[in-house]
Design a protein around this ligand. Sequence first.
Ligand code: G
Ligand code: G
Ligand code: MN
Ligand code: NA
Length: 253
Amino acid sequence: SEANDEFIAAISNGEFIPFYQPVMDIESLRLRGCEVLMRWRRPNGTIVSPGQFMAYAENNGHIFDMTRHMMRVSCEEVGKLYGENPDFKLSINLFAGHFQDREVVADIKSIFENSNISFQQIVVEVTERHPLEDMEQARKIMAELQALGVRIALDDVGTGHGGMAYLQKLGVDIIKIDKMFIDTISSDDNSTTIVDSMVELADNLGMGIIAEGVEQEEQIERLLELGVTAAQGYYFAKPMPANEFIEFAARTE
Ligand code: G
Ligand code: G
Ligand code: MN
Ligand code: NA
């Protein structure tokens, strides 16, 4: 179709670009990594959010090419600054379909193998929002990535299909607490209790934990009290293009 031709042209013209959101150590207030969040920059300069195109890209299989492109560009842009810095983590979103065949393992190997970014610096995020169809296969692919040194983060935790079974079966390394729970953490006892249980669970299972969607100082204080040490959110910075992220990083050193 015409729309699909236009979409493919946008891919080959490099209109899909990575934005970067800092992940902060909230004890030291130092940068510990970034999450790559895709944007569509139209030729007229308009920035389009994933909500407008991600479902289409996934349903048509374009997401595989687009994700490889995110990996290559972010490896280049972030590698210049943080190559071979084991403390800095580059976090990339994958979708459920990536965990159905081993293509993604080959992609990560070939893109990062001879780059400035080591496998130990990579985190791949899988969302709990959409079900993984073949759990066995997903686990196999995650194990292959983990064998390289890549870490797996479960995203949007608390919102989706996952729950305890996911955490147990998937063997993820990091959980990302959804913004929904962070929003009310300084005012609502229930949210605090839920986050507190997530921290305890993460500790007991040896997993790391990252709070998402932090917008206020009080939320940071509350998170520190609960033992969470990593967070991202508008309080620190919105997702931003590479040049702005580089400036942010320089200010945060
Ligand atoms: O700001 P935000 O609008 O960036 O992102 C909206 C949603 O799109 C989030 O759920 C996020 O995980 C998803 N998303 C952003 N970038 C990517 C990407 O490169 N790949 C995939 N699969 N999802 C992405
Ligand atoms: O689903 P995922 O967690 O990958 O996507 C993160 C989404 O949340 C992106 O759309 C990103 O732009 C958005 N986001 C990140 N930090 C904040 C925040 O502090 N407040 C709000 N409202 N959205 C945020
Ligand atoms: Mn994410
Ligand atoms: Na999330």
